[in-house]
Design a protein around this ligand. Structure first.
Ligand code: 13P
Length: 265
């Protein structure tokens, strides 16, 4: 972890929990957020429970995205549409996420890419819309097992980074977060080795420098995601280009999520 970048640890709850559990998990994390005071903490609940989580965090409706919840824990979406409103049944607009107090939005998660057909072009439109709304996109990239085993990790990640972030100004790039999530490590218990993760993080940072400048790229936070647990977080956190974690399964338990956050502190 660079001394110049503040770590960011986000919980991606995916399609889990119910309203009561979402509230109690939020309260448990918020009550102990001070244990990881020098880490930015983010909770990304299912859209339907976002207002429940916002209320539990003390975020007022209509609060500005720069407003920090009293708990210090921020709210994030798991996905967003790229239009502000209209006939898009079942979708959530970036302005709606902001309206309920979100500061972040995960975009281009591998589950969105593989299960819902999101291409780099789709992700790129969403990144631009979310930035225009004043939220911070957490842009996910990562190779599949087959792509890694056939030696295509670098090519795949390069294409995803350059495609998902095409046409974005250096000023806007400076505001984003990137998450490297190797698909083979998601929900499998198979975490990338610190060296495997660091190698791809360094590649991502060099691509960000190509899109902006080394100075801007040096400021952008790159999270690792994929089976991050309390017992492997510290070795990942020790890598120079790993600036936090995007946590799935372990984010559903306050103890585990906070232990991971503390490892990045
Ligand atoms: P797991 O931590 O459950 O492997 O999920 C990672 C992930 O997809 C976070 O976005």
């Amino acid at each position: 972890m660079s001394t110049r970048r503040k770590s960011i640890v986000a919980g991606n709850w995916k399609m889990n929990l119910d309203a009561a559990k979402a509230r109690s998990l939020t309260e448990a994390v918020a009550a102990r957020a001070g244990e990881a005071a020098n880490v930015d903490l983010v909770l990304c609940p299912p859209a339907l429970y976002a207002t429940t989580v916002a209320a539990a965090l003390g975020l007022a409706a209509g609060s500005s995205p720069s407003g920090v919840a009293p708990s210090g824990v921020a709210l994030g979406g798991q996905n967003s549409h790229d239009k502000e409103s209209g006939a898009f049944t079942g979708e959530v607009a970036p302005g709606m996420l902001r309206d309920i107090g979100s500061r972040y939005c995960i975009l281009g998660h591998s589950e969105r890419r593989t299960l819902f057909g999101e291409t780099d072009k789709v992700v790129n439109a969403k990144v631009k819309a979310v930035l225009a709304t004043g939220l911070t996109p957490i842009v996910c990239v990562g190779e599949s097992l087959e792509e890694r085993e056939s030696g295509r990790t670098e090519a795949v990640v390069t294409e995803q980074v350059l495609g998902s972030l095409a046409g974005i100004s250096a000023d806007d790039l400076a505001k984003i977060v990137v998450a490297y999530e190797p698909v083979w490590a998601i929900g499998t218990g198979k975490v990338a080795t610190p060296q495997q993760a660091q190698d791809v993080h360094a590649l991502v940072r060099s691509l960000l420098a190509r899109l902006s400048s080394p100075t801007v790229a040096d400021k952008i936070r790159i999270q690792y995601g994929g089976s991050v647990k309390p017992d492997n977080a510290a070795e990942l956190a020790a890598c120079p280009d790993i600036d936090g974690a995007l946590v799935g399964g372990a984010s559903l338990k306050a103890d585990d999520f906070l232990a991971i956050a503390k490892a990045f502190g």
